[in-house]
Every structure is written in structure tokens, then in C-alpha cells.
Design a protein around this ligand. Structure first.
Ligand SMILES: NC(=O)c1ccc[n+]([C@@H]2O[C@H](COP(=O)([O-])OP(=O)(O)OC[C@H]3O[C@@H](n4cnc5c(N)ncnc54)[C@H](OP(=O)(O)O)[C@@H]3O)[C@@H](O)[C@H]2O)c1
Length: 257
């Protein structure tokens, strides 16, 4: 069974192996760096193997980088088999890789809908399932699924993305119910607006206006830095959360308050 939270430094991840999907940029990269600083051996993924390896090298220690394309089952099979073969252990899985494509429903195509659900829901679920043999091996594993405020409340202009995140929230609770017996905790983390490529316009003028509008939507009146969310992810991944499963931690500056 798990340590029951008896570790002397429960917020640290010493001795744990953690896989962070989409660890090459944005929140995933911040999570990977924070986990490594807290003592974990980190596996990062990106669609480009060389990019994932570059990030892993810059993290240092024994971090490794692998290619992962969440656009189909081939990517799930390829990543899970390489992790099983080359690492052979997994204590923490962070399903972070996702895509956001703005769309009004009347213009949404079937391809766009399928892609959103393939990357954000189906790949994350089947990757988790494929890695179950490793997760179930240790003294207590943790899965953290990254969701979004749009999974809790619908948002005009990104409806299918919101629906995909709502599906992740629901599946998180199902997995928690089915896998508690295997000593695997499954939780979700809902970030508010984070200053990353996913949402920031490239054009500096548009970016300034966008940031001001997004900031005004939460109580803290600003976007979060990725590290602020990464620390909340680490809490759920760590032994400090040893009695928490099937829950969603919301780190959104009060947007959903
Ligand atoms: N940013 C926000 O305001 C915000 C708010 C709420 C929730 N979130 C959630 O937080 C998580 C991280 O978002 P972020 O803002 O850090 O996003 P980001 O900056 O766009 O980074 C996305 C990451 O996912 C990877 N990725 C993208 N498409 C992929 C695919 N088809 N297959 C495999 N990997 C893929 C990217 O890797 P490569 O491009 O290198 O392949 C990158 O590492 C997501 O789950 C997102 O929904 C973000």
C-alpha cells in the first residue's frame, strides 16, 4: 500500500519517475522542471523527438525526452512501449498535452471536433490505460489530468474544447473509482489563464489587449505564470496528497469562484 503520507518531505518527489506529456513548452515544461527540482526522474514528450530531447537535456539529471503524437493510437502505442521497455517504472503520469482551436459551433467541422477529442481525451485515456502495468507496480502512483475552466462552465467560441475538458473531468473520477484498489490516485487540475503559446496572440498589440481582457476575468486580475500551476500539479502528484483521489484542484485566480 502507499506510504499513507508518512514521508518526511511529502511535497518532494525523490525516487519517483514522472512522465509529463507536452513537456516541451508552456505548462508541461514548467511541470517537468519543477518535478525534476523536487527530485523526480522526468520523462518529457513533444511531437518532435529532438525537441523533447533538447528540453530533457536542459532539465539535466537523468531526464529523458521522447516523441509523442497524440493525434492517433499509433502515438499512444509507440510512447507506452518505449517507456515500458526503456524506463520500466512510472510513479506519476501528467496528461498535459492538449490542443485548443477556437471555433463557433456553426462553423465547426467534423475533422476539427475529432482532432480535439482525439488529442485531449482519447489519447490521454488510452495512454493512461497502456501505462497501467507500470503505474500498478509501485507503492502508490498518481495520475494528474490537466483540464480547463471550460470543462466546468461552457464558453462561447471554444465549445468543443470545453466539451473535451468536461469529458476529461468525468473520466478522472471514473478512473479514481476503478483504480483506488490498485493504489493509484487519479485527480484533475484545472488551471485558469496561463501565459503560454496556447492562448497568447503572437502580435504584441493584440497580445496586450488580450492579456488585459483575460486578466479582468479573474479575481487576481492577471494571468498565471506556468510555475504557479506546476506547483499545484506537484501537490496532487506528491505524497502530500496521499488521501486525495477523484478530485479536481482549481488554480484559476478565482475565475470560477
Ligand atoms: N494556457 C492556458 O491558458 C490554459 C488554460 C486552461 C487549461 N490549459 C491546459 O493546460 C495544458 C497545457 O497547455 P499550455 O498552455 O501549456 O499549451 P501549449 O503552450 O500550447 O503547449 C502544449 C504542449 O502540448 C504538446 N502538444 C500539442 N499538440 C500535441 C499533439 N497533437 N500530440 C502531442 N503533444 C502535443 C506541445 O508539444 P509540441 O508542440 O512541442 O509537440 C506542447 O508541449 C493543456 O492541457 C491545456 O488545455 C491551458
Amino acid at each position: 500500500m502507499s506510504t499513507g503520507g508518512k514521508s518526511e518531505e511529502p511535497f518532494r518527489l525523490d525516487g519517483k519517475v514522472a512522465l509529463v506529456t507536452g513537456g516541451t513548452r508552456g505548462l508541461g515544461e514548467a511541470v517537468a522542471r519543477d518535478f525534476a527540482a523536487a527530485g523526480a526522474r522526468v520523462i518529457v514528450t513533444g511531437r518532435d523527438a529532438a525537441q523533447a530531447q533538447t528540453v530533457a537535456k536542459s532539465i539535466g539529471g537523468d531526464a529523458v525526452g521522447y516523441a509523442y503524437e497524440a493525434g492517433g493510437m499509433a502515438g499512444v502505442e509507440s510512447l507506452s512501449s518505449v517507456v515500458i521497455r526503456e524506463v520500466g517504472r512510472l510513479d506519476v503520469l501528467v496528461n498535459n498535452a492538449a490542443i485548443l482551436k477556437p471555433h463557433k459551433i456553426e462553423k465547426l467541422t467534423e475533422d476539427e471536433f475529432d482532432q480535439l477529442f482525439q488529442v485531449n481525451v482519447k489519447s490521454a485515456l488510452f495512454l493512461t490505460k497502456a501505462l497501467l502495468p507500470l503505474l500498478a507496480m509501485g507503492k502508490g502512483a498518481a495520475v494528474v489530468n490537466i483540464t480547463a475552466a471550460g470543462g466546468h462552465v461552457p464558453m462561447a467560441g471554444i465549445g468543443a474544447y470545453c466539451a473535451s475538458k468536461a469529458a476529461v473531468l468525468n473520466l478522472t473520477r471514473t478512473l479514481a473509482k476503478e483504480w483506488a484498489v490498485k493504489n493509484i490516485r487519479v485527480n484533475a487540475l484545472t488551471p485558469g489563464s496561463i501565459a503560454t503559446d496556447m492562448i497568447l496572440p503572437v502580435d504584441p498589440v493584440k497580445r496586450e489587449k488580450f492579456v488585459a481582457e483575460m486578466a479582468a476575468m479573474n479575481l487576481m486580475n492577471r494571468l498565471s505564470d506556468p510555475i504557479e500551476i506546476a506547483r499545484a500539479v506537484r501537490f496532487l502528484a506528491s505524497d502530500a496528497a496521499s488521501f486525495i483521489t477523484g478530485q479536481t484542484l482549481i488554480a484559476d485566480g478565482g475565475f470560477l469562484a
